[in-house]
Design a protein around this ligand. Structure first.
Ligand code: HEM
Length: 418
């Protein structure tokens, strides 16, 4: 056995918060190792990256999620008692319920709704001087997500509810003020969804039986009991709120179209290109930095000892750009996904492994399909200009987006979508 290389510094939590997406890759480079040890939030943590590390991390015999997630994430982003922190049969039972909502026809329903809401906003953009695309995407996805989930959303509350969901998503990067905003937003968001769960249970509201509002109101746990209303609200939120995270990728994708004009022609004329383009957008642009789990029982990997209950952090962004898996990892090349053999462990923007038995994102197919449809829409159905603006984005802020929030002008719809 050999010792795991150790990063300098007593506790690196602050460096991680300060250096953002660059922290883990830079440490690995400094130490010349895909695996290293440090302390995070006062605890020993093994950090690792790459396809093999990811395969290890998603082995549910070796890792568990109980108590692995930093508390602030639970309090603002995911909610107390959510499936993210569960293990074993209890997790699989709940995951089945989630996945039952993302069947191909329900994914298609959401894509349709998202396109309809996008199309409706375009009529408004045509009249406006300046359109902030990042903000527009959030609102469109909030409207579509709520409608799909059977959650009523009045025109007058769209801004408030969208803002709350984005504050929750935007809270994960370690900034204290953003965490506070996220926590406050979650309190109001959960109160709203608890009322809806109550309304559905009492028969005062009748969302369709295949909608998230109905399913989460009536789901039963392995002990045969329904959720308490707090957990029902948390999981109803987890059924559609993460859709708003797609606003970050959509904004980056439109930026990529601007920076790679040849891709716009391909999006217009090559039917399958939008899928390659969406995949590369998810690989190349930073969103999720890392995931955490705890060692379930002692084992040895590549001569390194992993002791029960040790915190292990998988570098998600670094794995998506790992040179052992990707040629020219730091270049944006959608064509790399043409004929890509696929691996559940080297391309993990929404987690790795298996969707059904592990923690891989329940909304992954949905995300890719909505992204492809929107990129095609932007290429085929619209013309617009990008005025002078600051298109750069921070690699230290987590999550990150273009500094200008991506401004477009002179929007014209040139064709109806089909
Ligand atoms: C889990 C990312 C969109 C629902 C996850 C995980 C990541 C992730 C990294 C955790 C993987 C792990 O624990 O190892 C993303 C990103 C998205 C996105 C980057 C889009 C930009 C969505 C959407 C939905 C969704 C649209 C549903 C509408 C979930 C759920 C889980 C999850 C329910 C928990 C799965 C589990 O613990 O078993 N997502 N997600 N996500 N995501 Fe997403």
């Amino acid at each position: 056995r050999k010792p795991v290389p150790r990063a300098k510094g007593i506790d690196n939590s602050l460096s991680l918060i300060k250096e953002g997406f660059t922290f883990l890759p830079n440490q690995r480079k400094k130490l010349g190792s895909d695996i290293f040890e440090t302390r995070l939030l006062g605890k020993k943590a093994i950090c690792m990256a790459g396809e093999e590390a990811s395969e290890l991390f998603y082995d549910t015999e070796k890792f568990k999620r109980e108590d692995a997630m930093p508390k602030p994430l639970k309090m603002s982003l995911f909610g107390d008692g959510s499936l993210h922190g569960m293990d074993g049969e209890a997790h699989r039972n709940r995951k089945r319920t989630f996945l039952s909502m993302f069947t191909p026809d329900r994914v298609e329903d959401l894509k349709r709704l998202a396109l309809e809401h996008l199309d409706a906003r375009v009529s408004q953009w045509e009249k406006e001087d300046t359109v902030y695309l990042f903000d527009e995407m959030q609102e469109i996805l909030a409207r579509a997500g709520c409608e799909w989930a059977g959650v009523p959303l009045e025109d007058g509350e769209v801004k408030q509810r969208t803002g709350e969901m984005i504050d929750m998503i935007d809270s994960f990067g370690g900034s204290l003020s953003r965490f506070k905003d996220g926590k406050k937003a979650r309190d109001s968001h959960e109160e709203w969804l608890q009322k809806i769960i109550k309304g559905v249970r009492k028969g005062k509201m009748s969302p369709p039986p295949n909608s998230a509002a109905y399913i989460m109101a009536h789901h039963r746990e392995t002990d045969g009991k329904r959720f308490d209303k707090g957990t029902a609200a948390v999981e109803l939120s987890n059924s559609f709120r993460p859709l708003l995270a797609t606003a970050y990728f959509l904004t980056f994708g439109v930026l990529a179209m601007h920076e790679h004009p040849e891709s716009v022609e391909k999006l217009k004329h090559q039917p399958k290109y939008s899928h390659l383009f969406a995949q590369e957008t998810r690989r190349y642009y930073p969103f999720v930095p890392a995931m955490a789990a705890k060692v379930k029982k002692n084992f040895t990997f590549k001569g390194y000892k992993f002791k029960k209950d040790t915190l292990v952090v998988l570098d998600i962004f670094g794995t998506n750009r790992h040179p052992d898996s990707w040629e020219s990892p730091d270049s944006f090349i959608p064509e790399r996904f043409e004929g890509w053999k696929g691996s559940p462990f080297s391309f993990i923007p929404q987690g790795g492994g298996d969707h059904h038995t592990g923690h891989r994102c329940a909304g992954e197919w949905l995300t890719v399909i909505v992204m492809s449809a929107f990129f095609e829409f932007f290429a085929k159905n619209l013309t617009y200009d990008l005025p002078e603006q600051d298109l750069s984005f921070s690699m230290e802020r987590m999550p990150t987006f273009p500094n200008s929030r991506l401004i477009i002008q002179h929007v014209k719809k040139t064709a109806d979508y089909d």
